[in-house]
Design a protein around this ligand. Structure first.
Ligand code: NDP
Length: 296
């Protein structure tokens, strides 16, 4: 069976790695906080490595899923770094929601060592990871994607080749920018309706049978806002990062993007106000705070 390493056992990385283990791959895991890797290896069929180099040694496919591309880049160098372990001919599959420029830099450094790289960010949340139905958006060589596909299929249902290295990151960032805008706009609309006395459940019932609907109105608001549950599955800090990448891509491409730039600013403020551990849907608490009332 293909030897695989999985680096980064965070909220989404852990269930993705679990799917890779359950699919029967010969799996080694590594995580910065070593206890998480040891706990994973204690229950799954996997070994815990002490360093990124040790995890990558002798492995054909290394999957990595960290918070940012900068974190991935920071793991390359040094005696314990990925470059010290990756063999010629290996493949690095970067599932981080990253930024295209850093991914291209990483790909160039790896190519000099005959190691292939694809950016392969995912969508579908922690529950999609647990069920193995993530969408995977890939940037890089079609041949490298073909090599990665059996591993990606362990956690991904729809695997889409978007273009060269960085294209997967860019599509992911734009997707999440749309998510952020949906969360914010739905929050403003429902707060205004609640303020004039319309029950937000009634309002959502209408919207979800009409043209304003989205995953945010159909699922996130009923399950997380109206219930006031706000479960912590995807950190606001990470959505702030994503929309910042999206706004940067639009600026680099010199595409007019006033909504993207404004939304990036709003999510930067919400992140600063609500902190590192807040969930992305908690951004609506900023609107509620400014309005002096809760939606529900
Ligand atoms: P978490 O914050 O839960 O986990 C982050 C992971 O990155 C942890 O394993 C953490 O290690 C590691 N890490 C952070 N900084 C460093 C560093 N400097 N060096 C080494 N490792 C580091 O994030 P998620 O798992 O939620 O997200 C991971 C990626 O997936 C992000 O890019 C995110 O945007 C994306 N994503 C997340 C989704 C979700 O629903 N959660 C959905 C789709 C994409 P440690 O345990 O030591 O802190």
């Amino acid at each position: 069976m293909t030897k695989v390493a999985f680096l980064g056992l965070g909220a989404i990385g852990r269930p993705m790695a679990q799917r890779v283990a359950d699919a029967g791959f010969d799996l080694t895991v590594w995580n910065r906080t070593a206890e998480k890797a040891r706990a994973f290896a204690a229950t799954a069929t996997a070994r815990a490595a002490a360093t990124p180099a040790e995890a990558a040694r002798g492995v054909e496919v290394v999957v990595i899923c960290l918070s940012t591309s900068q974190h991935v880049e920071s793991l390359l160098d040094g005696p314990d770094g990925l470059l010290a372990g990756l063999a010629r001919g290996a493949l690095l599959v970067d599932c981080t929601s990253g930024d295209p420029a850093t991914s291209r830099r990483i790909a160039t450094r790896l190519a000099a060592r005959d190691v292939a790289y694809i950016d392969a960010p995912v969508s579908g949340g922690t529950s999609g990871a647990e069920r193995g139905i993530l969408t995977v958006m890939v940037g890089g060589d079609a041949a490298a994607l073909d090599r990665a596909r059996p591993v990606l299929q362990a956690f991904g249902k729809k695997i889409i080749h978007c273009g060269g290295v960085g294209a997967g990151d860019a599509v992911k960032a734009m997707n999440n920018a749309m998510l952020a805008i949906h969360v914010w706009s739905t929050g403003e609309c429902l707060t205004a309706l609640a303020s004039m006395g319309v029950d937000p459940r009634v309002a959502l019932d209408v919207v979800n049978a009409s043209s304003g609907r989205s995953n945010t109105s159909e699922n996130l608001f009923p399950e997380r806002v109206l219930t006031r549950a706000f479960p912590r599955t995807f950190r606001l800090a990470l959505l702030d990062k994503d929309i910042g990448i999206a706004a940067g891509v639009a600026r680099d491409e010199k595409v007019p993007s006033p909504i993207l730039q404004l939304a990036a600013e709003l999510f930067r403020m919400a992140h600063a106000e609500l902190g590192e551990e807040a969930d992305h849907v908690e951004a609506v608490k900023m609107i509620e705070h400014l309005a002096g009332r809760e939606i529900a």
